[in-house]
Design a protein around this ligand. Structure first.
Ligand SMILES: *[C@@H]1O[C@H](CO)[C@@H](O)[C@H](O)[C@H]1NC(C)=O
Ligand SMILES: *[C@@H]1O[C@H](CO)[C@@H](O)[C@H](O)[C@H]1NC(C)=O
Ligand SMILES: *[C@@H]1O[C@H](CO)[C@@H](O)[C@H](O)[C@H]1NC(C)=O
Ligand SMILES: *[C@@H]1O[C@H](CO)[C@@H](O)[C@H](O)[C@H]1NC(C)=O
Ligand SMILES: *[C@@H]1O[C@H](CO)[C@@H](O)[C@H](O)[C@H]1NC(C)=O
Ligand SMILES: *[C@@H]1O[C@H](CO)[C@@H](O)[C@H](O)[C@H]1NC(C)=O
Ligand SMILES: *[C@@H]1O[C@H](CO)[C@@H](O)[C@H](O)[C@H]1NC(C)=O
Length: 830
């Protein structure tokens, strides 16, 4: 059991003793192990506990770390001076109980006194002055020195908890703190501003005043101390070296040291990192930080490199930011000039003037542009052929521009020159080949082989397409170009274009042929002039002269020709009701030779027409009928009178227009119209009319009526539509016979025509919907013939047949109604 006792004076204790004496409690009790906590620095002479003796014990003895402070008397444990935790934080005491003879009867029993701390000690810096140094650009927050203070008070209590703080930084520019301190550990490091801005050249040393406070710096009663810290800023040697320049294609043994980097302290691990991924990376670094190029470089492959140098600690953690290394590769003249192509081709026109630019040869040099290594010089070293002489061309030394040097060239003399050109840079020479083609110009005119192609006589019926003449001109310009190709034209004597000329592109031979029929009657003589031309224009100063023209006479002879109709089909239109002898049309033909013409008709199948043999007029000779032939076609023949009696044929088409000359009629002969007798109820039937005249698109519009007024009590006609009407009975009392009903049908035409038709309607006794005639033995009635045969055989059978007939007759009324559907009779059923 833990008992805490805190007594402030004996008076209190006396009070307690008087009240609590004899009882076991917080302040008294039997001997047993106990622990007491007592603040240090308390007033002296305080009673801690009273041990009660029990016989045979009469007194107690104290031993252990009493330090002369703790005493026991009459069982009362007390200390006689103030305690000091910093001297001894825990006192381990032993108490024994003794009997009257001084012999130990109980114990020793451990009694522990813990001295509790009070803030009775100031923090103190271990040094009154600190000195340290820091590299420029050190990582922010990385400690480079420590300050350290101690406080004797219990570090487990706020009394011993210390907080560090920078109070002053000198110099302090723009109120920026370059240094910071860890308030628990006293570690001093750079702020990020300090990392960036500290510069030993500007200011190599700083002074800080650092304070330390106990009580966690929170209590205003805390103690504090301060110290001075002098800091020297040292240069950072981890810096990117100057850009390196390496001459390409070096023949020195590799690797070659080109630059170096150094970390501020020894022992860093160095490496290189590529900035861009290269097919080969020709640099390396050793553990001293020296950087090498491992092989010769080629500026023409890559003219600069950028990469990083990295320093790491032994754990592989970067010590600082990587440094960028720049390497520039310097040019040497290690590339010869190159020609733009195996052969460079220029073209020169024949009439090109001296000094004209022919073309430019642009050779290339891979070495660095705009340096002496890539400046090229051109020189012609050979010309083939050397005719008419050498030195026809010159080249400008530094531009490669070629010019005509001496005089204009003639393709006929030399069509092509080969030049060898030396192109040189500082150290190299390259030969390039230039070919110069001399191009023809149109400076030659076509010249006819002869100026007159003579006379030719042709019959006027010479077949179109016949070749009648071959002409030829020649041109001395370069073959198969627009300068030498020849186009022939007829400039006189053929204004109708009856002739044409085809040219053979290989030989320039012209074939004159007939394009349209010749005609003696319009043009018997053609005085023709041919011209030969080039499609390309001639160069200035050259013109076509008389040698480019040729003449030709064509005589056309007459041939007797058949008459010609003015058109192949003649058309005319008349009304079908024209009177006989009316002129319905005319045709005309002419004979090229001017002979008289006699007209006749052919194919007048209906004998409707005749033609006046002299005038060509056509007349009707019979009534015309559109309903028979709406378009009447005949042939007309024109025959020369005299001569060879040649003739021609044309067509004459006569269109007949309609007149209303046909009355309406029934569409067919109605024979099977019947009603079964006796009529049981009123019935009706439908009939249709038609008209042979031309009808409008909507069809005919007939009107129907009964032909006789006396029938109006028995029959009625009603129109269904333009063509159909219904005939109905008005009662059932008709006789068993045939009635012929006259019907009037009007076509409503211009003028209207009316036709009277007769509809035969039969009333008869019906058997299965058709008329049954018992008295009239029909040879085709098999039932009757069979009945007679059977009658002769047996009376019994006769009786049965009579019975059958009787039953049939009884049923006839019903059959009549049903079978009427199958005939054209439609019984009315209301
Ligand atoms: C501070 O000094 C104390 C006592 O000398 C020592 O125990 C402690 O390790 C020191 N602290 C630092 C950070 O140097
Ligand atoms: C000590 O520093 C820490 C972090 O650096 C901070 O959170 C704390 O408030 C500081 N204590 C005092 C008393 O300044
Ligand atoms: C190096 O130079 C020599 C001549 O100096 C040349 O023949 C060679 O092609 C060059 N190498 C490269 C890679 O340019
Ligand atoms: C061609 O005809 C003309 C006129 O008819 C005539 O003068 C000329 O002599 C003829 N030429 C030849 C070569 O027959
Ligand atoms: C036409 O010119 C050519 C040369 O271009 C010449 O040979 C010819 O004689 C000339 N013809 C005439 C008729 O002048
Ligand atoms: C018919 O003769 C007349 C004069 O009589 C004429 O004007 C008309 O062109 C001729 N018609 C035809 C088709 O020949
Ligand atoms: C007229 O009526 C008859 C009978 O109803 C019918 O068959 C026919 O198609 C009709 N004709 C027209 C043009 O409607």
């Amino acid at each position: 059991m833990m008992v805490q006792v805190q007594l402030h004076c004996l008076c209190l204790f006396t009070l307690y003793l008087t009240t609590g004496y004899g009882q076991e409690g917080r302040f008294s009790g039997p001997l047993k192990p106990m622990t007491f906590s007592i603040f240090e620095g308390q007033e002296e002479s305080q009673i801690i506990f009273q041990f009660k003796s029990s016989p045979p014990a009469v007194t107690f003895k104290l031993s252990g770390e009493t330090d002369g402070i703790f005493h026991i008397q009459d069982g009362l444990l007390y200390h006689s001076r103030a305690l000091d935790r910093e001297t001894r934080a825990v006192h381990k005491l032993q108490v024994s109980a003794l009997d009257a003879y001084g012999a130990t009867v109980e114990g020793p029993v451990p009694i522990t006194i813990e001295v509790k701390d009070i803030n009775d000690n100031r923090p103190v810096f271990l040094q009154s002055k600190y000195e340290g140094s820091v590299r420029q650009n050190s990582r922010p927050g990385k400690p480079f020195m420590y300050v350290n203070a101690t406080d004797l008070d219990d570090p487990a209590t706020p009394n011993g908890q210390l907080i560090y703080q920078i109070v002053i930084q000198l110099p302090k520019i723009n109120n920026v703190m370059y240094f910071q301190i860890n308030n628990k550990t006293g570690a001093i490091s750079l702020t990020s501003e300090g990392s960036q801005e500290l510069d030993p050249i500007k200011n190599p040393s700083y002074n800080l005043v650092v304070s330390v406070k106990d009580m966690g710096g929170q209590n205003e009663n805390s103690f504090s101390d301060s110290t001075s810290v002098d800091i020297t800023v040292k240069e950072n040697i981890w810096k990117a070296p100057e850009p390196v320049e390496i001459v390409e294609n070096s023949t020195n043994p590799h690797p070659i040291k080109i630059t170096q980097v150094r970390w501020n302290e020894p022992g860093a691990q160095y490496s290189l990192v590529e900035k861009e991924k290269l097919p080969r990376f020709p640099f390396s670094i050793d553990q001293e930080g020296d950087i090498y190029v491992n092989q010769p470089l080629d500026r023409e492959e890559k003219d600069s490199y950028v990469f990083y140098a990295v320093a790491k600690d032994e754990l592989g953690k970067p010590l600082a930011f990587p440094l960028q290394i720049h390497v520039k590769v310097n040019d040497i003249n290690d590339n010869p000039p190159t020609c733009p192509s195996t052969v460079t081709i220029f073209e020169v026109q024949e009439n090109e003037k001296i000094g004209s630019n022919i073309g430019t040869l642009v050779a290339h040099d891979m070495d660095e542009a705009n340096t002496i290594n890539s400046v090229l010089e051109y020189r012609i070293v050979d010309q083939t052929p050397k005719s008419p002489r050498e030195g026809l061309f010159l080249v400008q030394a530094y531009t490669g521009v070629f010019q005509l040097a001496l005089y204009s060239l003639k393709k006929q003399d030399t069509p092509q020159y080969q030049l060898t050109v030396e192109v040189s840079d500082k150290d190299f020479k390259t030969l390039c080949h230039v070919q110069i083609n001399v191009i023809d110009i149109n400076d030659q005119i076509p010249i006819f082989e002869k100026s007159d192609y003579g006379n030719l006589t042709l019959a006027e019926d010479t077949v179109v397409g016949s070749i009648i003449l071959v002409i030829q001109a020649t041109d001395a310009d370069e073959p198969f170009t627009g300068s030498s190709k020849i186009l022939y034209r007829i400039t006189q004597g053929d204004s109708e274009g009856r002739l044409g000329i085809d040219t053979d592109p290989q030989t320039n031979t012209g074939y004159v042929m007939i394009k349209k029929p010749l005609d003696f009657e319009t043009a018997a003589i053609h005085n023709i002039v041919f011209q030969a031309e080039n499609p390309e224009p001639l160069v200035p100063g050259v013109e076509y002269n008389a040698s480019s023209f040729a003449t030709f006479n064509l005589f056309v002879t007459d041939v007797n020709e058949a008459p010609r109709f003015s058109q192949q089909v003649f058309q005319a239109k008349v009304s079908e009701d024209v009177a006989i002898g009316t002129k319905v049309g005319n045709v005309t033909a002419k004979d090229p030779e001017g002979l008289d013409i006699s007209y006749s008709l052919r194919g007048d199948m209906r004998g409707w027409l005749k033609i006046d043999p002299v005038t060509g007029e056509i007349f009707s000779v019979a009534p015309l009928d559109r309903e028979a032939e709406s378009l009447y076609r005949v042939q007309v023949v024109a025959t020369e009178v005299g001569g060879s009696s040649l003739s021609s044929i044309a067509s004459f088409h006569l269109t007949l227009t309609d007149v209303n000359d046909n009355p309406p009629r029934l569409v067919k002969e109605y024979t099977g119209l019947l009603f079964c007798y006796p009529l049981r109820e009123a019935g009706s039937l439908i009939f249709e009319a038609t008209d042979d005249d031309q009808q409008s698109l909507q069809g005919p519009h007939f009107t129907f009526s009964l032909g006789s007024e006396s029938l109006q009590n028995d029959w009625e006609v009603s129109k269904i539509n333009g063509t159909h009407a219904r005939l109905s009975t008005k009662h059932t009392g008709f006789e068993e016979r045939v009635y012929n009903i006259p019907i009037l049908i009007n076509d409503g035409g211009q003028p209207p025509l009316e036709g009277t038709v007769s509809l035969p309607v039969t009333f008869c006794t019906c058997v299965k919907g058709s008329c049954f005639q018992p008295t009239d033995h029909h040879p085709g009635m098999p039932t009757v013939g069979m009945a007679v045969g059977i009658l002769l055989t047996t009376f019994l059978v006769i009786g049965m047949i009579l019975a059958v007939v009787f039953i049939q007759m009884k049923n006839k009324g019903r059959d009549n109604v049903e079978n009427a559907q199958a005939s054209e009779v439609k019984p009315l059923r209301n």
